[in-house]
Design a protein around this ligand. Structure first.
Ligand SMILES: [Zn+2]
Length: 261
């Protein structure tokens, strides 16, 4: 007779099963434990083969499986990670679960898009556009609110923003009409809202470069200074490990050595 202690079972949405085994077989010498474990493992593989074709005799209750499936939709969350999250949630007190569920349910309540910049806001204007201390003569164009937050974290930018709602990616159907391009043009056509400088704060990837080129083209006739974020070596990196494009961008963007840098 073989006795194994199974610590926990994991299933993914295709009903593949993986079993973590605490390999303790009681009352047997060390050498024999290995043989018995191999024998058990062999049986397990056979079972896994069957489960692939829907003969899995183990299923989570519907409430668990449904939550796994929902969490599996999150970016970067695979079925096993989703499963781990659900088992983590099962350890929560009821009140904590209610608090979490309520926060999710209320996430989009009272949440608007700022009418000036399309940032998330609880009122007509976002916290940045409603701040009279911000310099409205400098406008930073970013793809989404996360990029805005990344620049705000520096604490060195006092201008305002405009969120495009993404970057151009025609192969995946993201064309100019899917972004806030017309709204940007409307803003720039208004002399009271038009900045004196636009900073293109887009990612240095293919989509970001495509969007930058497009914006350069459609904004060239406005009497506005256009700049872009510098490209080059990240702080703390090693020159010898940087790729050629990065070093090339750093060379092209070199600057005078002054008192601060
Ligand atoms: Zn705003």
């Amino acid at each position: 007779m073989i006795l194994g202690i199974v610590a926990e079972c994991h299933f993914d949405c295709n009903f593949h099963i993986s079993v973590k085994i605490v390999s303790k077989f009681f009352g047997l010498p060390q050498g024999k434990q290995k043989n018995l474990f191999a024998s058990f493992d062999s049986k397990f593989r056979k079972f896994r083969f069957k489960s692939t074709f829907g003969n899995n005799p183990f299923m989570y209750p519907a409430s668990i499986q449904q939550l796994i499936n929902l969490l599996h939709r999150f970016p970067g969350v695979g079925p096993r990670t989703a499963e781990r999250y659900v088992f983590h949630l099962l350890q929560y007190h009821d009140q904590d679960l209610i608090e979490l569920a309520t926060s999710i349910a209320r996430l989009k309540n009272d949440l608007h898009q700022c009418k000036n910049c399309y940032n998330f806001a609880n009122h007509e204007l976002c916290i940045i556009c409603s701040n009279p201390q911000r310099d409205t003569t400098i406008l930073c164009l970013v793809a989404d609110a996360r990029d805005l937050v990344a620049i705000e974290r520096t604490g060195h930018y006092q201008g305002v923003y405009f969120i495009l709602g993404g970057t151009l990616d025609p192969l995946h159907g993201i064309t100019p009409d899917k972004l806030h391009i017309q709204e940007l043009l409307s803003r720039l056509n208004n002399p009271h809202l038009r900045p004196s400088e636009i900073i293109l704060g887009l990612n240095p990837n293919i989509e970001g470069e495509t969007t930058t080129l497009y914006l350069k083209q459609i904004l060239k006739n406005f009497p506005i200074r256009m700049t872009r974020l510098a490209r080059g070596l990240p702080t703390g990196s090693d020159l010898e490990y940087a790729d050629a494009d990065t070093v090339s961008a750093a060379l092209a963007g070199r600057r005078e050595v002054n008192g601060n840098y």
